[in-house]
Each structure stands twice: as structure tokens, then as C-alpha cells.
Design a binder for this molecule. Structure first.
Ligand SMILES: [Mg+2]
Length: 296
């Protein structure tokens, strides 16, 4: 059963480009980070000459992730997006994580060793096989009809190597990663969307943005005048509450639902027999607590 929701009349025949967020939209963040952290833990064991079983790799690396995330939140949690250095923030997380990993193994975080573990972490990201099922066929189908792009807030190492390893990187006309673009070029700021559209040579009304984040992807895209698609990956109540404020043009629960949104406008595929229905959002009424959400 599809959960495909259309909130206003949109001429999809005009669409010339579809942009995708990366983490939790094209790629499973859990698979990505888990692989990175376990690769770092394995490297540590090799360096220290100790032998752990896979369960211990998992438990210790996840504990180190948890501590590093808390430290990260303390430092970067209240920095506005426009002032955020995504690359430095990501690097700091990896350094903290590797230091914690060594501390949990009873060793001092010697800089040279931290550097080696960080390299192993990034290697793990690249080899994570993190692309969600069905993503490949959706991208190949859309590519026949329009330009594709990736617009991500992540550091470079979290996007480019896994995309290359998946063999999907060549499908995208543009891959914009905040970590590479520099300070403040971060979703939901307008700059990153405007750069994307300029590079693609398209207008806002001709561009679709697909992402799992109500604030970064949906709100940002709407502010830039793009057509927004919220990919609802989980029952995240916080994201759900923001629906009334951020107002996605479409809501889908699976990336393949994108093909149903474009069913009348795609070449090379017959999606006319789909059971998906476009439903006017007003028929759903207000969500519990939706009216209480303040504008952001
Ligand atoms: Mg995301």
C-alpha cells in the first residue's frame, strides 16, 4: 500500500531535474556508520595485537560512537546551519570516536594511531554497501527523463566514496556536498539549493528535491521554490510534527514511489497500472499536536 500524498497541483511535465539527499534517502546511515566504526575497531585490534570476537567489535565501537555523538552535540548542537563547517564537524566526530575507541581498549589516544583508525573508519564507509534496495532502478529510470543530483550536508568522505563504490556516481550530473562546498553552504540554507540549480541549468519550478529531513530537505527546498518530496523512512514523531510547518508537496514511504509520482511523465516504463493514489492532504485533517508546532 503506497502512502503517496499530494498537497497542491504541480505540473510534473515541467520537471527537468531531480535532486536527492544522501543519508537516509539514497543510503542507509546505519549501515554506513556501523561499517565505518567496525572497520576502525578491527584496525585497532590489528595495531594493538589483540583478538576480539565480532560481538565485542560491535559493542565497543557502538559505545565509542555514542560518546562521540554526545560530545559532537555539545559542541555543534546549537550552531546555526549558516555557520556550520560540515567537514570540520565530521572530522572532529571521527577523531573523537577513534580516541574513545582506544580509551575503551585501555590505551592512550596517540595522534598517529588515531589517524590510522580514522583512515580505517573512512575505508569502512566506502565499503559499506549502504545504498537502499530499489534505489538503483529508480535512479536509472529517472535518468532517462531528467538530470539527477545529490545535495548532501555530509562531509565528503560520507558521500563520494560510498557513491563511487556503488557505481551510481556517474548517474548524477552534480554531486554537491556541504563538506566540500565550505562554511555555511548547508541545507536548509538557500545557497546550496541555488548553486545546485545553477549548475544543473534549471529553474526552481523545474526541480524536485527528495529527502528524509523535513527541515533540511523539505523546508529548504520549498523556500528555494523547488518541488519537495518527503521520504518518510521511519515513524519519527518529531519529523511528523513538522509536516504542518514544512509542507512537503509529496510524501512517500519508499523511494520507488517516486516512479508513481512521475508515472505520466516517464519514458521507458509503464507505471500506469499502479494502485498508488494521489490524495489531497486536506482529507487527512490535522495531525495530533500539529497546530502547536511553531514556525521555524
Ligand atoms: Mg538525510
Amino acid at each position: 500500500m503506497f502512502n503517496l500524498m499530494k498537497t497542491k497541483a504541480i505540473n510534473l511535465k515541467k520537471v527537468k531535474a531531480v535532486c536527492f539527499d544522501f543519508g537516509n534517502t539514497l543510503a542507509d546511515n546505519d549501515a554506513l556508520f556501523l561499517n565505518g566504526s567496525i572497520f576502525a575497531a578491527r584496525k585497532m585490534c590489528v595495531q594493538l595485537g589483540v583478538v576480539w570476537d565480532p560481538f565485542r567489535y560491535f559493542i565497543v565501537s557502538q559505545k565509542a560512537v555514542s560518546i562521540a555523538l554526545r560530545k559532537q552535540e555539545k559542541i555543534y548542537g546549537n550552531i546555526p546551519a549558516s555557520e556550520l563547517d560540515s567537514q570540520r564537524s565530521g572530522e572532529m566526530f571521527v577523531e573523537t570516536f577513534c580516541g574513545q575507541l582506544l580509551a575503551l581498549a585501555g590505551r592512550k589516544p596517540a595522534p598517529a594511531l588515531v589517524k590510522k583508525l580514522a583512515a580505517a573508519y573512512y575505508d569502512g564507509l566506502a565499503r559499506s554497501n549502504c545504498i537502499y534496495p530499489k534505489t538503483r532502478e529508480v535512479l536509472y529510470t529517472l535518468k532517462k527523463n531528467c538530470k539527477l543530483a545529490v545535495v548532501s550536508n555530509n562531509p565528503v568522505e560520507y558521500v563520494l566514496p560510498p557513491l563511487k563504490a556503488s557505481g551510481l556516481d556517474g548517474l548524477f550530473s552534480e554531486i554537491l556536498v556541504s563538506g566540500e562546498l565550505g562554511l555555511g553552504v548547508v541545507k536548509p540554507c538557500q545557497s546550496i539549493f541555488n548553486i545546485t540549480m545553477k549548475r544543473l541549468g534549471v529553474e526552481p519550478g523545474e526541480t524536485v528535491m527528495v529527502g528524509d529531513s523535513m527541515t533540511d530537505d523539505v523546508y529548504g527546498a520549498n523556500k528555494a521554490g523547488m518541488i519537495s518530496v518527503w521520504l518518510k523512512r521511519s515513524n519519527n514523531r518529531h519529523q511528523e510534527k513538522l509536516r504542518g510547518v514544512c509542507r512537503p508537496d509529496f510524501i512517500i514511504t519508499d523511494i520507488s514511489d517516486l516512479l508513481h509520482i512521475f508515472s505520466n511523465n516517464l519514458a521507458g516504463g509503464d507505471f500506469s497500472k499502479t494502485s498508488a493514489k494521489l490524495v489531497d492532504v486536506t482529507s487527512f485533517g490535522e495531525l495530533p499536536g500539529e497546530k502547536k508546532v511553531k514556525s521555524i
